[in-house]
Design a protein around this ligand. Structure first.
Ligand code: SF4
Length: 320
């Protein structure tokens, strides 16, 4: 049966602030799932802690609201246990790049076939707007008593360096473009990372919708242009086409250089994509015969009330 967009919506009351960029991201995820006609019992949204944590409540597929900084561990476990599921993990930049930074890097090395979306707004919105890892040094949002004293994390650069095989950035107010990126991320065979610029109108009065639209540039340069531009409009090719070190290094370097662009020009789109390297599921299947035919989620776990599942092989294979 063909599912409609409305089938992926829930009746749960949404208490995000008016104008929050989070709304666009939820809409884009719902649109992507609907256009891909992904069955609701074959998809799961995992969320971390923060304003974005409510995302799993608003999308009518399986949902798990997890712990602060730990969303990737839950989501990867689900995908490894049940490879036929479409798994999307979401969280804020504080959740994923602060307390969850170690898991972010470890997940990149593993490259499990799933999607991770960071709602990137530069503040800890749920706890009244403290500086989060992507807020730039010296910036003082209205919620900070003094300018930020830390350098920022570069999410795209960190993802590329950690081994994510699909790295992209979207903008929450360009919902259709974001929806296309989410579809591409879900279709990607490997770990896809999507950094979504998500204005928080309540606490971040620097990176606002008007700022991304370049309203202030009218005064400076007598011309108005959006700060945001699309990589694909400039014939940027993010794809690794050949299994050759020279091309791989070129595509990695290109993505890292692009990730440093900020200020009056901010790229969105796919920075890097590599489907040539071996996949985590296949690496697991090399170690565990019949892994795909009989993954842990399909196995009987008890007989006559007694546990019969033996996960020791799987656990052994995950040892690093
Ligand atoms: Fe959105 Fe910011 Fe409000 Fe949180 S505090 S719901 S991120 S506008």
């Amino acid at each position: 049966m063909e599912l409609k967009l409305s089938d992926y919506k829930t009746d749960v009351h949404n208490d995000w602030c008016p104008g929050c960029g989070d709304f666009g991201i939820v809409n884009a995820i719902q649109m992507a799932l609907a256009e891909m006609n992904i069955k609701r019992d074959k998809a799961a949204i995992f969320s971390g802690i923060g304003c974005s944590g409510k995302t799993s409540h608003f999308i009518n597929v399986y949902g798990v609201h997890t712990l602060h900084g730990r969303v990737l561990t839950f989501a990867q476990g689900a995908k490894i246990a049940n490879p036929e599921m479409t798994i999307v993990a979401v969280g804020g930049d504080g959740d994923g790049l602060g307390i969850g930074a170690g898991h972010f890097v470890a997940a990149g090395r593993r490259d499990v076939d799933m999607t991770y979306i960071i709602f990137d707004n530069g503040v800890y919105g749920l706890t009244k707007g403290q500086a989060s890892p992507t807020l730039r040094l010296g910036e003082k949002t209205k919620s900070l008593p003094k300018p930020n004293t830390n350098y920022n994390v570069n999410p795209i650069g960190l993802a590329v360096a950690s081994g994510f095989t699909f790295v992209a950035r979207g903008y929450s107010y360009d919902v259709r473009h974001l929806k296309d990126l989410i579809k591409a991320a879900i279709q990607h065979k490997g770990l896809a990372f999507l950094d979504v610029l998500q204005p928080c109108p309540t606490y971040n009065d620097i990176n606002t919708r008007d700022w991304f639209a370049g309203i202030d540039l009218v005064k400076e340069a007598q011309e108005r242009h959006s700060r945001i531009y699309k990589l694909e409009d400039y014939k940027y090719d993010p794809v690794v086409h050949y299994n050759e070190e020279a091309e791989l290094n070129e595509k990695l370097s290109q993505a890292l250089i692009k990730s440093l662009e900020w200020g009056n020009k901010i790229p969105i789109g796919i920075f890097y994509k590599n489907e040539i390297i071996s996949r985590y599921g296949e690496r697991l299947a090399d170690k565990i015969p019949n892994y795909f035919e009989n993954p842990p989620a399909q196995q009987k776990i008890s007989k006559h009330g007694k546990p019969i599942t033996n996960v020791s092989k799987l656990l052994d294979s995950l040892e690093v």
